[in-house]
Design a protein. Sequence first.
Length: 162
Amino acid sequence: MTCTLPVAPEVLERICDAHWNGKGDGVVFLDVYQHNACNHTLSGTIDVAGTIYGFIIDNGDWGGTVVRAWGDPEDVGVYRHPEPVSLRTFIPIDDRLSVTNPESYRLYLRLRTLPWFQEKERNYNYDRHFQPGGSIEEYYSKWAATRGMKTGYFEEQKAALR
C-alpha cells in the first residue's frame, strides 16, 4: 500500500542518505529489513522542522523509493516482516529421485549431505541475495537440470511425503 500523503523529495533523500551512510541528522531507524542486497524496507522517525514523523519506506531497484506509510509515529508503526523464506535448493525433477521412489529418495537425501552439493546450494543462495536476477536463476537451473534436478524448496519434497 502506497501512502498518498505528500512527502517532500528532500525528506526522502535525507532518509535514504541516512540509510546508506549509516547515520543521518534527525533520522532514527527503528527497523531496516533487507529483502536482498539492493532492496530494503526502512521504518523509523525523522525530525522535519521540529516535527517528528514516522515512516515506512521501500527503497531499491524493485520500484525506486516508495512511501508505504507516513505520519504520526504511533500511527505509522514499524514494518511487519514477511515470514522467513526458506533457502532455495535443488530438488528432483521426476520420480528418479523423488519421494515416490523411497530407495532413490534416500539417495537424494544422501546427495544433500555431500560437500559439493552443500557448496553449490550456498553459492546459489548467496548469488540470489547479492546478485538477484534472471541470469543467476538461469545459470543454476541449467546446472541442476544436468543432474536431474530443478531449483526449488526442500519443503516441496517434504510435503509430498505427507
